[in-house]
Write a protein that binds this ligand. Structure first.
Ligand code: SF4
Ligand code: SF4
Length: 135
């Protein structure tokens, strides 16, 4: 992933918006990487948890909201328990999903799920996915 840093992005309101929604202090993170080291989904993410925090500190909204990683997080809270600074990373990632969903940027288009998939997917998984991925 290529990241472009600019003064405008760093000064954007995105950082404060994420902090406010999650009720967390992003600036407490000192990039130790323990959150990513314990994350069961980090290997599949285009942006691992510690890098998500760094991008959020820098106000890099597009890079974060366009990432797959915010949707791959399964909210297991492992990162929260490992962080030596008490940063609740899972809540920060949830706030990023909420920013997208409140803007009606759904991650899942229900109408695109095939009839065969609808029959095959367990109802509880379907309902859970609709709750997480759609507004
Ligand atoms: S809550 Fe999300 S980011 Fe944190 S360890 Fe679990 S899957 Fe990874
Ligand atoms: S564990 Fe906490 S301090 Fe370490 S990189 Fe992750 S968020 Fe930052």
């Amino acid at each position: 992933m290529t990241v472009f840093v600019s003064r405008d992005k760093i000064n954007s309101g995105f950082t404060s918006k994420v902090q406010r929604l999650a009720d967390q202090n992003l600036m407490a993170c000192y990039q130790c990487g323990k959150c990513s080291a314990g994350c069961p989904m980090a290997a599949y993410m285009d942006v691992p948890p510690n890098q998500m925090i760094r991008l959020a500190q820098l106000g890099m909204e597009d890079e974060l909201l366009d990432s797959e990683a915010i949707w791959l997080c399964v909210s297991c809270m492992t990162c929260n328990t490992r962080c030596p600074k008490g940063v609740r990373i899972a809540e920060l990632i949830e706030s990023m999903r909420q920013i997208q969903l409140r803007a009606r940027q759904d991650h899942l288009q229900a109408e695109k799920i095939s009839a065969a998939d609808l029959r095959a997917i367990p109802p509880i998984a379907l309902i859970g996915s609709m709750r997480k991925f759609t507004s």
